[in-house]
Design a protein around this ligand. Structure first.
Ligand code: C2E
Ligand code: MG
Ligand code: MG
Length: 463
């Protein structure tokens, strides 16, 4: 191709205002990326990002100001995603991000959170707003709405994923914007707008009337097969629908800030249960509790944790908090302050779903985490393509003085392989699914009885 043709071709594919690929180009490249990810068994998330009420900018100022702002937003979005992710201008005020990762759901959540963070700082209208208005308002704050769909959950065709993430975006816009929704239960039912409001109201009631309950999943040492801890996992006992999984209601709780009272209850209940088990003579287990990024950003988080420990007579070492990489990204310095304060209580910290997101490894050296939880998508990979990564993560953790927990251990074969690689702890259906408290105790007792039968937990012997 001649240089001139190349230039024309580039011009044809690029959006003039933002310098990003345009919508046509995005469709072609998006399909390619999805196929490539499918070839290596990875997931792909398609994310629509729309600037809320952007038309008011064009109305209040000039189209030139609007264009200049769009350029700034595009640059911030580009700066928030990983270098390997694809960002395009999808329409007037909206952008599309296509990202591949072993766990598409997690990377979708992390990208959303990273974009929300870079949008917080006001945008400079500069001189473009004109001399008169500039003195009144020269900075604007913008928020975005997000719609997500991902492969494999929502389909394996790019157009289908675009359509579904578009529907999710529309649902967010209908509810007033500045939120995020993935295509799923909430979206398919959104045709009845009141339905999602009903769910919100029900969730609010659920927190108040104790419809929430905690299940516990054991964490087992891969070295000597002893049970060393339990992860508390929340469930919603819905009066009509039965047990609802946290994947369905935690996003709504986060969207509505209900995660704050809910998170307080979870922390308190997990501590109460740990204390009750201790008092009844069960072996000492570390209780692991998941923290949402929103909880983590609460200014009084450390005081809440200290109070929960004190209320139930627990030591800091009895508790572990799990947070995901999206918490630390972009804000390592502030996070370090909170993490160090939590550490000073004696509470340990685990990095949950490690390897699915940014994996900006440099932060690990700056934050005193005790454990890395290797995401289950790496462990469950049927072709074993991810094992070199698992091995590298275990080595890295060791060098940094951290322990590793493998999530989603479903087979003895995986457990023995992990033990052979030096992974410290396993968690997964091989040992037990998450169980209600009473069943967990039964499982523990059964476990200790059968530990005289060596075939029960011969994880290491197989390595
Ligand atoms: P997570 O913290 O990574 O929890 C592990 C999830 O993997 C749990 O799903 C667990 O049931 C599931 N799991 C464990 N072993 C296996 C296995 O061998 N195979 C398979 N296929 N799955 C396994 P669950 O309980 O549905 O929780 C999903 C997510 O919801 C959690 O992921 C966590 O991000 C969130 N979550 C759960 N409880 C809480 C909570 O109390 N607070 C907050 N903020 N988030 C929570
Ligand atoms: Mg967890
Ligand atoms: Mg996890």
């Amino acid at each position: 191709m001649t240089e001139e043709r190349q230039e024309i071709d580039r011009f044809r594919r690029t959006d003039r205002v933002t310098g990003l690929p345009n919508a046509d180009e995005m469709r072609a490249r998006g399909k390619e990326r999805l196929l490539k990810a499918q070839e290596v068994g990875a997931g792909t998330v398609v994310l629509h990002v729309q600037i809320d009420r952007f038309s008011r900018i064009n109305e209040a100022y000039t189209a030139a100001v609007g264009d200049q702002l769009l350029g700034q937003v595009a640059a911030r979005i580009q700066g928030a995603v990983r270098g390997v992710d694809y960002v395009a201008r999808g329409g007037s005020y909206h952008f599309v991000v296509v990202a591949a990762a072993p766990n598409a759901k997690v990377i979708g959540a992390q990208i959303t959170s990273a974009i929300r963070m870079v949008m917080v700082e006001p945008f400079d209208l500069g001189n473009a707003s004109g001399a008169d208005t500039a003195s009144v308002i020269d900075k604007v704050r913008l928020t975005c709405s997000f719609g997500l769909a991902w492969c494999p959950k929502d389909g394996d065709d790019f157009d289908q994923l675009m359509h579904k993430s578009g529907l999710a975006l529309q649902a967010v816009i209908d509810k007033g914007g500045d939120a995020c929704l993935d295509f799923g239960w909430e979206v398919t039912r959104r045709r009845d707008h009141s339905q999602s409001l009903v769910l919100e109201a029900q969730l609010r009631e659920a927190v108040e009337t104790q419809q929430l309950t905690l299940y516990y999943q054991p964490q087992v040492s891969l070295v000597d097969e002893t049970v060393i801890g339990a992860e508390a996992l929340v469930r919603w006992k819905h009066p009509e629908r039965g047990i609802i999984s946290p994947d369905e209601f935690i996003p709504i709780a986060e969207e509505t800030q209900l995660i704050i009272p809910m998170g307080d209850w979870i922390l308190d209940e997990a501590c109460r249960q740990a204390s009750e088990w201790r008092a009844s003579g069960l072996p000492d287990l570390t209780m692991s509790v998941n923290l949402s990024p929103i909880q983590f950003r609460q200014p009084d988080l450390v005081a809440r944790v200290r109070q929960a420990l004190e209320r139930h007579g627990l030591q800091g070492v009895d508790l572990e908090l799990e947070i995901t990489e999206s918490v630390v990204i972009n804000d390592v310095d502030n996070v370090a302050v909170t993490v160090n304060a939590i550490r000073s209580l004696g509470v340990s910290l685990a990095m949950d779903d490690f390897g699915t997101g940014y994996s900006a490894l440099s932060y690990l050296t700056r934050l005193p985490f005790q454990k890395l939880k290797i995401d289950q998508s790496f462990i469950r990979d049927p072709n074993g393509n991810n094992w070199p990564i698992v091995r590298a993560v275990i080595q890295l953790a060791r060098e940094l003085g951290m322990q590793t927990i493998a999530e989603g251990v479903e087979s003895r074969e995986h457990a023995s392989q992990l033990a052979g690689l030096g992974c410290d702890i396993g968690q997964g259906y091989l040992y037990s699914k998450p169980l209600p408290a009473a069943d967990f105790v039964e499982w523990l007792v059964e476990q200790s009885r059968s530990s005289v039968q060596p075939q029960r937990f011969l994880v290491n012997e197989m390595s």
